[in-house]
Design a binder for this molecule. Structure first.
Ligand code: UD1
Length: 417
C-alpha cells in the first residue's frame, strides 16, 4: 500500500474538518515527560509520526493508552530508561524533542544524533547549546547525545537562529529548572504557543510565548493535565490549495485563521476568494486558472516552508511566471523534478525555483521524497490530465490524517494500492 493513483480533473468541492496539528502534538507528547501523574491529550491526529512518538515513550517505560478517538492518556512517572534510540530518531527527527524534557525531569538523557535528512542537514547544535547554558553536561559519543545534570538552572539563552523544535526543547526543559530562563530570538510559531498552553495548564510559569522573548520561571514539579491539540494549519493550507488548483471550492471547519494570514494572502493573490468565520475558512476558485504568486519562506508569521512545495504545484499551472525562494532548508526542491515529469516548467537556481506556468499538467508515475513533497505531487495529480501514480506515498502518512479519504469525500478520485 505504498502508492496512490489519482485520476485528475475532478474539482475539489465540499467541506471537511481539520485534524489536530502534527507539529503541536509531537512536542506536547514529549512534554508529558515533565509532568507527574497522568496527562490526557485529545484531538490527536492519527499519523505515523504520532505512533512513532508513542512507541518512543512506551519504549522508555511510559504507561500509555490510546482510545478509539485516538486520544492519548499517558503517565511518564518512573521511566525505566531515558534513551531515544537511533532506529527511532532516524525515522522521525522530532524525537530530539525528548532531550530537554528527559534531562530536566530525570537528570539524564541519551538521544541519537539526527543525521541529515531529505530536505537538508538540519543540525541540532542550538538545542545542545541551550541545554548546556542551563547547566547540562553534554557529550556526543558513538552517534548519541549524552546529557546529564543534577538540576538545570535558568539562564538567558539567545538563539543564534530561529528554531522551532530548538525553542520547544529549551522551553520544556526550563519549566523544571531552578530560577528564571529567558529565551531570546525564540520561535513564535503557533505550535510553540500551543505547547506553552499545555505546560501552563500543568502549572508552568511562562510569559511571552508567541513573541521572540519567552520568560520561564522554573517549578519544582508539574502535574499532568488535559489538553486539546490545536488545528493543523499546514493541513488546512494544503486542502485550500487542493481546491484552488482544481478550480473548486471548499470549507474547512476547525480552522485557526489567525495563524494562516500569509497563506490566505497568497491564495487571494492567486485569484481565490477566501472568507472566514471564527473557526472555519472557505475558498472558492470559481473554475479559474490561478495567477502566479511569488513566495519567500521564512519563520512565522511569514510564509511557512511547510507550504512551499504545495505552492510550487499551484504555480506550475498558473497563468504566468513566478519565483519561489526557500530560505530555511537548502534541499527542499526535490518535488520539482517530479513536477517537471508531469509537464511543469520549473527551473531551480540555488535556493530559488523559477516557475513558468503551463496550461495543463499530465498524469505520470512520480516518486515522493519527503512529507510536503508528497503532498505537492498529490495536488498536481488532482489537477493533471489523466492518471498520476505517486510512489513511496508512505511519507504522506507522517503528516496527513486519512488524506485519501478526505480528498475522496471532496470529489477526488484516489485509490491506494
Ligand atoms: C520544525 C517543523 C518543520 C518545519 C520547520 C520550519 C516540527 C516537528 N517540525 O522543524 O515541519 O519545516 O520547523 O518551520 O515542528 N537549525 C540550526 N541549528 C539547530 C536547529 C535548527 O542551524 O540547532 C536551522 C535548521 O537547519 C534550519 C533552521 O534552523 O535551517 C530552522 O529549523 P527548525 O526551526 O529548527 O526546524 P525544525 O524545528 O527541525
Amino acid at each position: 500500500m505504498n502508492q496512490i493513483t489519482i485520476k485528475g480533473g475532478h474539482p475539489i468541492k465540499g467541506s471537511i474538518e481539520a485534524s489536530g496539528a502534527k507539529n503541536a502534538v509531537l512536542p506536547i507528547l514529549a512534554a508529558t515527560i515533565v509532568g507527574q501523574g497522568e496527562s490526557h491529550i485529545s484531538r490527536v491526529p492519527h499519523l505515523h509520526d504520532v505512533t512513532t512518538m508513542n512507541e518512543l515513550l512506551a519504549h522508555m517505560g511510559a504507561q500509555l493508552t490510546v482510545d478509539h478517538h485516538a486520544d492519548i492518556s499517558i503517565c511518564t512517572d518512573n521511566l525505566k530508561n531515558q534513551t531515544a534510540p537511533y532506529e527511532t530518531v532516524k525515522t522521525m527527527r522530532a524525537s530530539i524533542l525528548a532531550l530537554g524534557p528527559l534531562v530536566a525531569r530525570y537528570g539524564r538523557a541519551k538521544v541519537s544524533l539526527p543525521g541529515g535528512c531529505a530536505i537538508g542537514a538540519r543540525p541540532v547544535d542550538l538545542h545542545i547549546k541551550g541545554l548546556q547554558a542551563m547547566g547540562a553536561k553534554i557529550k556526543v559519543e558513538d552517534g548519541y547525545i549524552l546529557a546529564s545534570c543534577d538540576r538545570l538552572h535558568g539562564n538567558r539563552i539567545v538563539m543564534d537562529k530561529v528554531t522551532v523544535t530548538g525553542t520547544e526543547n529549551i522551553l520544556i526543559a526550563a519549566t523544571l529548572a531552578q530560577g528564571e530562563t529567558l529565551i531570546e530570538n525564540a520561535a513564535i510559531e503557533p505550535e510553540v504557543v500551543d505547547l506553552a498552553k499545555y505546560l501552563k495548564a500543568m502549572g508552568a510559569d511562562i510569559k511571552g510565548e508567541g513573541t521572540s522573548k519567552i520568560y520561564i520561571q522554573g517549578k519544582d514539579q508539574l502535574q499532568g493535565t488535559h489538553h486539546a491539540v490545536m488545528p493543523d494549519r499546514i493541513e488546512i493550507g494544503t486542502f485550500l490549495v487542493a481546491a484552488a488548483i482544481t478550480g473548486g471550492s471548499i470549507t474547512i471547519n476547525n480552522s485557526c485563521n489567525d495563524d494562516l494570514d500569509a497563506v490566505y494572502d497568497k491564495l487571494t493573490e492567486s485569484g481565490a476568494i477566501i472568507s472566514t468565520t471564527e473557526n472555519s475558512v472557505s475558498l472558492n476558485m470559481h473554475g479559474k486558472r490561478p495567477n502566479p504568486v511569488d513566495i519567500r519562506t521564512a519563520p512565522h508569521p511569514a510564509f511557512p516552508t511547510d507550504m512551499q512545495a504545495q505552492f510550487c504545484a499551484l504555480n506550475s499551472i498558473a497563468d504566468g511566471s513566478s519565483h519561489i525562494t526557500e530560505t530555511l532548508f537548502e534541499n527542499r526542491f526535490m518535488h520539482v523534478e517530479e513536477l517537471n515529469r508531469m509537464g511543469a516548467n520549473i527551473h531551480v537556481e540555488g535556493n530559488q525555483a523559477i516557475i513558468k506556468g503551463v496550461e495543463q499538467l499530465s498524469g505520470a508515475p512520480v516518486t515522493a521524497t519527503d512529507l510536503r513533497a508528497s503532498a505537492s505531487l498529490v495536488l498536481a495529480g488532482l489537477a493533471a490530465n489523466g492518471s498520476t501514480a505517486v510512489h513511496d506515498i508512505h511519507y504522506i502518512d507522517r503528516g496527513y490524517e486519512s488524506i485519501e479519504e478526505k480528498l475522496n469525500q471532496l470529489g477526488a478520485k484516489i485509490v491506494r494500492s
